[in-house]
Write a protein that binds this ligand. Structure first.
Ligand SMILES: [Fe+2]
Ligand SMILES: [Fe+2]
Length: 211
Protein backbone atom coordinates (compact mmCIF):
# COMPACT_ATOMS: atom_id res chain seq x y z
CA UNK A 1 0.00 0.00 0.00
CA UNK A 2 1.36 3.41 -0.96
CA UNK A 3 1.68 5.96 1.88
CA UNK A 4 3.38 9.27 2.62
CA UNK A 5 6.65 9.16 4.55
CA UNK A 6 8.82 12.23 5.26
CA UNK A 7 6.91 14.16 2.63
CA UNK A 8 7.23 11.64 -0.17
CA UNK A 9 5.19 8.80 -1.55
CA UNK A 10 6.59 5.40 -0.63
CA UNK A 11 5.63 1.75 -0.69
CA UNK A 12 4.62 0.88 2.86
CA UNK A 13 5.71 -2.74 3.00
CA UNK A 14 8.66 -3.95 5.04
CA UNK A 15 8.96 -7.32 3.32
CA UNK A 16 8.64 -7.80 -0.40
CA UNK A 17 6.01 -10.52 -0.34
CA UNK A 18 3.60 -8.09 1.33
CA UNK A 19 3.93 -5.44 -1.40
CA UNK A 20 0.83 -4.69 -3.45
CA UNK A 21 0.55 -4.00 -7.17
CA UNK A 22 0.13 -0.32 -6.28
CA UNK A 23 3.45 -0.46 -4.39
CA UNK A 24 5.29 -2.01 -7.28
CA UNK A 25 3.75 0.39 -9.80
CA UNK A 26 5.05 3.26 -7.66
CA UNK A 27 8.53 1.74 -7.40
CA UNK A 28 8.78 1.15 -11.15
CA UNK A 29 7.60 4.69 -11.79
CA UNK A 30 10.30 6.07 -9.48
CA UNK A 31 12.98 3.75 -10.87
CA UNK A 32 12.61 5.15 -14.39
CA UNK A 33 14.25 8.56 -13.80
CA UNK A 34 16.90 6.89 -11.63
CA UNK A 35 17.78 4.40 -14.37
CA UNK A 36 17.86 7.22 -16.90
CA UNK A 37 20.90 8.59 -15.07
CA UNK A 38 22.91 5.36 -15.29
CA UNK A 39 25.28 6.80 -17.89
CA UNK A 40 26.11 9.72 -15.58
CA UNK A 41 26.84 7.38 -12.67
CA UNK A 42 29.00 5.13 -14.83
CA UNK A 43 30.99 8.13 -16.06
CA UNK A 44 31.41 9.25 -12.46
CA UNK A 45 32.59 5.78 -11.44
CA UNK A 46 35.10 5.75 -14.26
CA UNK A 47 36.97 8.52 -12.48
CA UNK A 48 37.71 6.15 -9.58
CA UNK A 49 40.23 4.52 -11.92
CA UNK A 50 42.54 7.48 -11.36
CA UNK A 51 43.42 5.82 -8.07
CA UNK A 52 44.04 2.23 -9.15
CA UNK A 53 47.27 0.48 -10.18
CA UNK A 54 49.99 3.11 -9.72
CA UNK A 55 53.41 2.66 -11.30
CA UNK A 56 52.73 3.26 -14.98
CA UNK A 57 53.19 6.32 -17.17
CA UNK A 58 49.43 6.69 -17.52
CA UNK A 59 46.92 5.91 -14.80
CA UNK A 60 44.00 3.55 -15.37
CA UNK A 61 41.60 6.37 -16.19
CA UNK A 62 43.96 7.71 -18.86
CA UNK A 63 44.53 4.15 -20.05
CA UNK A 64 40.76 3.69 -20.43
CA UNK A 65 40.42 6.85 -22.51
CA UNK A 66 43.37 5.84 -24.64
CA UNK A 67 42.02 2.33 -25.22
CA UNK A 68 38.74 3.87 -26.39
CA UNK A 69 40.60 6.38 -28.56
CA UNK A 70 42.64 3.66 -30.22
CA UNK A 71 39.49 1.66 -30.95
CA UNK A 72 37.86 4.78 -32.35
CA UNK A 73 40.90 5.63 -34.48
CA UNK A 74 40.90 2.12 -35.90
CA UNK A 75 37.29 2.62 -37.02
CA UNK A 76 35.59 0.30 -34.57
CA UNK A 77 31.85 0.71 -34.10
CA UNK A 78 30.57 2.77 -31.21
CA UNK A 79 29.64 -0.30 -29.16
CA UNK A 80 33.28 -1.42 -29.13
CA UNK A 81 34.54 2.10 -28.44
CA UNK A 82 32.30 2.36 -25.37
CA UNK A 83 33.22 -1.17 -24.28
CA UNK A 84 36.87 -0.12 -24.59
CA UNK A 85 36.22 2.93 -22.43
CA UNK A 86 34.62 0.79 -19.73
CA UNK A 87 36.68 -2.41 -20.01
CA UNK A 88 38.73 -1.78 -16.84
CA UNK A 89 36.04 -0.11 -14.75
CA UNK A 90 36.07 -3.03 -12.31
CA UNK A 91 39.67 -2.30 -11.35
CA UNK A 92 38.55 -0.09 -8.48
CA UNK A 93 36.50 -2.82 -6.78
CA UNK A 94 37.42 -6.16 -8.34
CA UNK A 95 41.01 -5.87 -9.53
CA UNK A 96 41.54 -9.60 -10.00
CA UNK A 97 38.32 -10.25 -11.91
CA UNK A 98 37.62 -6.81 -13.28
CA UNK A 99 36.95 -8.20 -16.76
CA UNK A 100 33.97 -10.18 -15.49
CA UNK A 101 32.68 -7.18 -13.56
CA UNK A 102 32.87 -4.82 -16.53
CA UNK A 103 31.32 -7.45 -18.79
CA UNK A 104 28.34 -7.95 -16.47
CA UNK A 105 27.83 -4.19 -16.22
CA UNK A 106 27.51 -3.75 -19.96
CA UNK A 107 25.84 -7.07 -20.76
CA UNK A 108 22.24 -5.79 -21.24
CA UNK A 109 23.45 -3.30 -23.86
CA UNK A 110 26.01 -5.18 -25.96
CA UNK A 111 26.16 -8.07 -28.38
CA UNK A 112 27.11 -11.50 -27.08
CA UNK A 113 30.60 -11.40 -28.60
CA UNK A 114 31.47 -7.97 -27.18
CA UNK A 115 30.33 -9.18 -23.77
CA UNK A 116 32.53 -12.27 -24.16
CA UNK A 117 35.49 -10.18 -25.28
CA UNK A 118 35.36 -7.88 -22.25
CA UNK A 119 34.81 -10.80 -19.88
CA UNK A 120 37.91 -12.59 -21.18
CA UNK A 121 40.15 -9.62 -21.90
CA UNK A 122 42.46 -10.27 -18.94
CA UNK A 123 43.41 -13.64 -20.45
CA UNK A 124 43.98 -12.12 -23.89
CA UNK A 125 45.97 -9.31 -22.29
CA UNK A 126 48.11 -11.95 -20.57
CA UNK A 127 49.54 -12.94 -23.95
CA UNK A 128 51.68 -9.80 -23.82
CA UNK A 129 53.20 -10.17 -20.36
CA UNK A 130 52.32 -13.34 -18.49
CA UNK A 131 55.64 -14.94 -19.46
CA UNK A 132 57.31 -12.30 -17.22
CA UNK A 133 55.15 -13.03 -14.17
CA UNK A 134 55.23 -16.82 -14.10
CA UNK A 135 51.97 -17.50 -15.96
CA UNK A 136 51.27 -19.08 -19.32
CA UNK A 137 50.86 -16.31 -21.93
CA UNK A 138 49.14 -18.76 -24.26
CA UNK A 139 46.25 -19.40 -21.89
CA UNK A 140 44.04 -17.70 -24.48
CA UNK A 141 44.66 -20.61 -26.88
CA UNK A 142 41.88 -22.62 -25.22
CA UNK A 143 39.49 -20.15 -26.92
CA UNK A 144 40.94 -20.43 -30.45
CA UNK A 145 37.65 -21.76 -31.81
CA UNK A 146 35.46 -19.11 -30.20
CA UNK A 147 33.87 -16.70 -32.71
CA UNK A 148 35.08 -13.70 -30.68
CA UNK A 149 38.71 -14.87 -30.53
CA UNK A 150 39.89 -12.72 -33.42
CA UNK A 151 38.07 -9.62 -32.18
CA UNK A 152 39.44 -10.14 -28.65
CA UNK A 153 42.97 -10.59 -30.00
CA UNK A 154 42.62 -7.33 -31.95
CA UNK A 155 41.10 -5.52 -28.98
CA UNK A 156 43.94 -6.42 -26.62
CA UNK A 157 46.73 -6.47 -29.16
CA UNK A 158 45.98 -3.13 -30.80
CA UNK A 159 43.96 -1.10 -28.30
CA UNK A 160 44.42 -2.34 -24.73
CA UNK A 161 48.00 -3.55 -24.29
CA UNK A 162 49.31 -0.55 -26.29
CA UNK A 163 47.34 2.07 -24.34
CA UNK A 164 49.98 3.06 -21.78
CA UNK A 165 51.62 5.75 -23.90
CA UNK A 166 51.40 9.28 -22.50
CA UNK A 167 52.22 10.67 -25.95
CA UNK A 168 49.25 9.09 -27.76
CA UNK A 169 46.81 11.84 -28.85
CA UNK A 170 43.72 11.13 -26.80
CA UNK A 171 40.49 13.10 -26.54
CA UNK A 172 39.07 14.24 -23.21
CA UNK A 173 36.14 12.38 -21.66
CA UNK A 174 33.74 14.94 -23.14
CA UNK A 175 34.37 13.41 -26.57
CA UNK A 176 33.17 10.00 -25.39
CA UNK A 177 30.31 11.13 -23.16
CA UNK A 178 27.66 11.33 -25.94
CA UNK A 179 28.60 7.80 -26.97
CA UNK A 180 28.14 6.57 -23.40
CA UNK A 181 24.75 8.30 -23.23
CA UNK A 182 23.64 6.71 -26.51
CA UNK A 183 24.89 3.35 -25.23
CA UNK A 184 22.81 3.53 -22.04
CA UNK A 185 19.80 4.81 -23.97
CA UNK A 186 19.58 1.36 -25.58
CA UNK A 187 16.79 -0.94 -24.51
CA UNK A 188 18.34 -3.19 -21.84
CA UNK A 189 18.20 -6.86 -22.89
CA UNK A 190 16.86 -5.70 -26.26
CA UNK A 191 18.04 -6.49 -29.78
CA UNK A 192 21.63 -5.43 -29.07
CA UNK A 193 22.10 -8.04 -26.36
CA UNK A 194 20.41 -10.76 -28.39
CA UNK A 195 22.71 -10.28 -31.36
CA UNK A 196 25.97 -12.19 -31.79
CA UNK A 197 27.73 -9.11 -33.18
CA UNK A 198 27.26 -5.34 -32.73
CA UNK A 199 24.21 -3.92 -34.53
CA UNK A 200 25.63 -0.41 -34.55
CA UNK A 201 24.33 1.67 -37.40
CA UNK A 202 26.61 4.52 -36.38
CA UNK A 203 30.20 3.30 -36.41
CA UNK A 204 32.28 5.95 -34.70
CA UNK A 205 34.39 6.75 -37.73
CA UNK A 206 31.49 6.95 -40.14
CA UNK A 207 30.06 9.61 -37.87
CA UNK A 208 33.34 11.46 -37.77
CA UNK A 209 33.60 11.37 -41.55
CA UNK A 210 30.10 12.81 -41.87
CA UNK A 211 30.89 15.78 -39.65
FE1 LIG B 1 41.86 -5.04 -17.91
FE1 LIG C 1 43.09 -2.28 -19.99
Amino acid sequence: MVEMYRGRKIASYTRMDEGTKEDYDLLYEQAAPFKAKTADRVLEQLKALHHTFPGMKVDRYEHSLQTAQRAYDAGECEEIVVAALLHDIGDSMAPDNHGSMAAEMIKPYVSKNVHWMIKHHQIFQGYYFWDKVGKDPNTRDQFRDHPAFEMSERFCGEYDQTAFDPEYPTAAIEFFEPMVHRFYAREPWGAHSESEWPLDSTPANQKAAAE
